[in-house]
Design a protein around this ligand. Structure first.
Ligand code: ATP
Ligand code: MG
Length: 479
C-alpha cells in the first residue's frame, strides 16, 4: 500500500516537530505548516490524505480551513488539535466532517492511535463504497440483459416501481426468469439503495422458524432464547425485505405479513407490544397465486394487498431474440471470472441455443454457457459441449423441417417461439397446428391459458385440437 501522507498544522514549532518525528517513525510521509497561508499552499502541493489541524492559527481559523478542505476533497481525513478550553469547537469540528480531535496537551501515543484508527475507518469506508459499487454494477438493470419489447416493458416498470417507494411489489414468472435480479434492481434504483436488501426464501425455511427469522424474538421467548434477537424486518430498517417464493408461505405467516403491510407493525416472538417497520416489501413467486387463492392455500386479502404493482417476467422461450445478447453477456462474464478467452459461438451452437425451449429459462442458459466454456479448449464455443437435449432438439427440428435452417443468423428474431418460415413454404394449417402445440406446451397443457394466448376461445381451441388430432382435447389439465 502507498505510504499515507499527513500534513501537520500547528503554530507551535515544538508541537510540529514532535508530531512530525513520531509520524515519520511510524512510517508515514509527513510535511508541516505553521500558518493558514502555508497550510493552503501545502494542501495543494503535498496532497495529504490526512491533516492534523490546529484549531487556532495566527492568520486563520482551523474551522474555516476544515470546511474549505473538506469541500475540495471529501475523502480527506482531518483530526483537529484543540486546547481543552475549546471543547465546543471540537464538537463543532466533528459536525463539519473532522474524523477526531485531540486535546492539548496530548500524549504522542494517543495521537498515533487516533491517526491509525482514522485511517482504518477510512479504509473500511472506501472498501464499503467499493463493494457497494461492484454490487450495484452487478445488479443494475443494465445488467438485466434484454432487448425484446417485453423486457423493455419490464425495465420501464422497474423504474416506475422503484420510484413508488412504499408500495409492495409482486414479481411473477417461471423459475430462472430473473425475479431476484429484478427485485434487486428495484431496490438499487429506489431511494433505499444505500440501505439493506434482505432476502428470505419462504420455501426454504421451516414454518416454525420463519416467524423468528422475520420478526426476531425477545429474550426468554423460548427455552434457548437467551438474548433478544433482531428479525429481518428490523435488520432491513429503511431498506427492502424480499420475500422470495411467497406462494410457499404458510397460511399463519400470511396473516402476519398482511398485518405488516397494512399497519407497518409486527410483534417479536415473546414480545408484549408491536414494533413499527419502514421496510419495503417486494415479493416473488413462480406459482399461480390466484390459483392458490382458489385452492385455499393463499389468502385472498394478502394477494390483493401484495399485488398492488406486478412485474411479470417472460419465459426465455417467449423472448428468443434476446438469446444472442444473453449468450454474449455470459461469455464476457465467464471469460472475466475464469480468465478464459472465448471469442464467439459457432453458427451451429447458436442455432441449437435458439431452437431449444429453455424450460429452466435464463438460469439454464447461463449454466449451459458456463459448462460449455469450461469444456471448450479453443476460442470458439462449439456445440460438442452442449447437453443432448439441446442438440437433439435441433436435430428433431431439422427432421421435421418446420424449424429453421442452419443458416440462421445469430441475431435472427424468433418472435413466435421457435417458428420460422421454411424456404420451401408450409401450409397455414400446419402453422396453426404448430402454434397450438406450442401454446399448449407453453401453458403446461392448460387449455384456457393456451386459448387466451392465441386470442381464441377455449371451445375453438378444443375444436381445432380435435381437428389436428392433438391429444387432451377433452380435458383441461396438464398435458
Ligand atoms: N435478464 C437477465 N439478464 C442477465 N442474467 C439474467 C437475467 N435473468 C436472469 N438472469 C440470470 O439467471 C439466473 C437466475 O435468475 P434469478 O435467480 O433472478 O431467477 P428467479 O426468477 O429468481 O428464479 P427462481 O424462481 O428459480 O428463484 C441468475 O444467474 C441471473 O443472474
Ligand atoms: Mg429466485
Amino acid at each position: 500500500m502507498a505510504t499515507k501522507r499527513i500534513l501537520v498544522v500547528d503554530d507551535e514549532h515544538l508541537i510540529r516537530w514532535s508530531l512530525t518525528q513520531m509520524l515519520v517513525d511510524a512510517g508515514y510521509q509527513v510535511d508541516s505548516a505553521g500558518s493558514g497561508a502555508e497550510t493552503r499552499e501545502k494542501f495543494k502541493e503535498f496532497h495529504p490524505h490526512m491533516i492534523l489541524l490546529d484549531i487556532c492559527l495566527p492568520d486563520a481559523s482551523g474551522m474555516d480551513l476544515l470546511q474549505q478542505f473538506k469541500k475540495e476533497n471529501q475523502d480527506l481525513a482531518v483530526i483537529m488539535i484543540t486546547a481543552h478550553s475549546h471543547a465546543d469547537s471540537a464538537v463543532q469540528a466533528l459536525k463539519l466532517g473532522a474524523e477526531d480531535y485531540i486535546g492539548k496537551p496530548f500524549n504522542l501515543e494517543d495521537v498515533l492511535h487516533s491517526v491509525q484508527q482514522v485511517f482504518e475507518k477510512c479504509r473500511l469506508r472506501d472498501e464499503n463504497a467499493y463493494y457497494r459499487r461492484v454490487l450495484q454494477k452487478k445488479f443494475e438493470s443494465d445488467n438485466l440483459v434484454g432487448n425484446c419489447p417485453k423486457m423493455i416493458e419490464v425495465f420501464k416498470m422497474i423504474k416506475v416501481v422503484a420510484d413508488a417507494d412504499d408500495k409492495t411489489v409482486l414479481i411473477t414468472g417461471a423459475s430462472g426468469t430473473g425475479k431476484e435480479l429484478v427485485a434487486r434492481a428495484i431496490h438499487l434504483h429506489s431511494r433505499r439503495a444505500d440501505e439493506p436488501f434482505i432476502e428470505v426464501n419462504c420455501a426454504a425455511i421451516p414454518e416454525s422458524l420463519l416467524e423468528n427469522e422475520l420478526f426476531g424474538h425477545e429474550r426468554g421467548a423460548y427455552t434457548d432464547a437467551s438474548q433478544r434477537q433482531k428479525g429481518i424486518f428490523e435488520l432491513a430498517k429503511g431498506g427492502t425485505v424480499f420475500l422470495d417464493e411467497l406462494g410457499d408461505m404458510p397460511l399463519g405467516m400470511q396473516a402476519k405479513i398482511l398485518k405488516v403491510i397494512e399497519n407497518k407493525r409486527y410483534r417479536r416472538l415473546g414480545g408484549g407490544s408491536d414494533v413499527v417497520t419502514d421496510a419495503r416489501i417486494i415479493a416473488a413467486t413462480n406459482q399461480n397465486l390466484p390459483e392458490l387463492v382458489k385452492q385455499g392455500k393463499f389468502r385472498a386479502d394478502l394477494f390483493y394487498r401484495i399485488n398492488v404493482m406486478n412485474i411479470d417476467l417472460p419465459r426465455l422461450s417467449e423472448r428468443k431474440m434476446d438469446i444472442p445478447h444473453l449468450v454474449n453477456y455470459f461469455i464476457d462474464q465467464f471469460n472475466h471470472e475464469y480468465g478464459r478467452n472465448i471469442e464467439e459461438v459457432d453458427a451451429r451452437t447458436m442455432s441449437c441455443l435458439m431452437k431449444y425451449d429453455w424450460p429452466g429459462n435464463v438460469r439454464e442458459l447461463r449454466n449451459t454457457i458456463e459448462r460449455a466454456m469450461m469444456l471448450e479448449e479453443g476460442r470458439v464455443l462449439g456445440s460438442d459441449h452442449l447437453i443432448r437435449e439441446i442438440t437433439d432438439c435441433t436435430e428433431a427440428a431439422a427432421e421435421e423441417n418446420v424449424l429453421g435452417d442452419e443458416d440462421v443468423g445469430a441475431n435472427d428474431c424468433f418472435v413466435l417461439g421457435n417458428f420460422r418460415l421454411p424456404k420451401e413454404g408450409i401450409s397455414l394449417e400446419e402453422v396453426e397446428k404448430e402454434l397450438i402445440k406450442m401454446s399448449l406446451n407453453r401453458w403446461g397443457g392448460n387449455q384456457t391459458k393456451a386459448a387466451e394466448c392465441l386470442r381464441m376461445s377455449r371451445d375453438t381451441l378444443r375444436y381445432r385440437m380435435k381437428k389436428y388430432g392433438l391429444t387432451g382435447a377433452g380435458d383441461d389439465g396438464k398435458a
